[in-house]
Design a protein around this ligand. Structure first.
Ligand SMILES: Nc1nc2c(ncn2[C@@H]2O[C@H](COP(=O)(O)OP(=O)(O)OP(=O)(O)O)[C@@H](O)[C@H]2O)c(=O)[nH]1
Ligand SMILES: [Mg+2]
Length: 305
């Protein structure tokens, strides 16, 4: 299956909320105030968020005010163009050269550990020498889960005893990567709520300690967001960015969520942290590089939904 089909399938429920709703509400008609209000309402219901919904509708107003549309498909086509304009084109992501340290952060259960398993496998398969650090030392089960993913991905995992200082594990993992000549380290951190200042301070310490090896580390800090979170993703992105200067986002569980529309809001929240990957399931290869045009196409797809 190609990426478009996979994203299309994964976003089925989001598309249903959006596209079916629009089809039902708007037959043939004119781009007038009533149509724009109906559109705003439908976009908000698909978790696009009020601000982004208004931005899209404003783009549509500029593009097509007063024009007649044949049917909801034509209207959806125009809306898709506006969504693409608002999101901008995706610059293909590539890791830099030299040892790259990637800290993976997020709230509890977002999919961090699973995503690390998928990423480690992907980059190992591309020929990178990958190592993973088990910095979630709160629960023994967390380390076991990560080790199981590392076994599947065939990459080494650096761990310490449960209860160890997560920053010390991060430091050790990077030290091991340097001495083994690795070129990529993923640090699995414990889930933390973005408004818990004590836990955010701990995250800040992990980042600082890793930087003792080289001030550039970690070059990448990716926030993993559960695609079912809807608009709370915006608050998570803002607060994690304040503590950890995010460089990228990963959206998980887009298979089967009705709230994928939230992605449309993210570029405005943290412009320096583009969406890089989408998690589309629980298997090791259920990870897709993000591309805004494929995403928009899948979301507003005119095919049967
Ligand atoms: N359907 C689906 N499930 C996913 C995806 N990514 C992760 N999960 C599931 O989400 C649950 C939580 O995933 P974890 O990877 O343990 O999440 P985490 O962020 O590491 O959780 P904590 O370490 O407890 O904060 C697991 O049951 C995963 O199988 C995805 O893309 N799609
Ligand atoms: Mg975890």
């Amino acid at each position: 299956m190609n990426w478009l089909s996979r994203i299309r399938e994964g976003l089925g429920r989001t598309r249903e909320t959006l596209v079916r709703g629009l089809r039902a509400a708007l037959g043939t008609g004119k781009i007038d105030q009533a149509t724009l209000e109906e559109l705003t309402d439908r976009l908000v219901r698909a978790d696009v968020g009020l601000e982004t919904a208004e931005e899209l509708v404003e783009l549509l107003r500029k593009k097509a005010w007063g024009r007649d549309y044949r049917d909801s498909e034509e209207l959806l086509g125009w809306l898709a163009e506006c969504a693409q304009e608002a999101m901008g084109a995706t610059v293909p992501f590539s890791l830099g050269s030299g040892l790259q340290v990637v800290a993976i952060v997020g709230v509890n259960g977002a999919g961090k550990t699973t995503t690390i398993g998928k990423l480690a496998n992907k980059y190992r398969a591309q020929g990178r020498k990958v190592l993973v650090g088990a910095c979630d030392t709160f629960r023994a089960a967390a380390v076991d889960q990560l080790e199981e993913w590392c076994r599947r991905a065939d990459v080494p995992c650096i761990r310490q005893k449960p209860g160890a200082d997560p920053a010390a594990v991060a430091y050790d993992a990077v030290a091991a990567a340097i001495s083994r000549g690795c070129d990529l380290v993923f640090l699995d951190t414990a889930g933390r709520l973005q408004n818990r200042t004590d836990l955010m301070a701990e995250l800040s310490k992990i980042m600082k300690v890793v930087g003792k090896h080289d001030a550039r580390f970690p070059q990448h800090t990716w926030l993993v967001l559960d695609g079912n979170t809807g608009q709370n993703a915006v608050s998570q992105a803002k607060l994690f960015h304040e503590t950890a200067r995010l460089t990228g986002l990963v959206l998980t569980k887009l298979d089967g969520t009705a709230k994928g529309g939230a992605i449309l809001a993210l570029p405005k929240i943290v412009p320096t942290a583009p969406v890089l990957f989408l998690g589309m399931g629980e298997k090791i290869d259920d990870l897709i590089p993000f591309d805004s045009s494929t995403f928009v196409q899948a979301l507003f797809d005119k095919g049967d939904s």
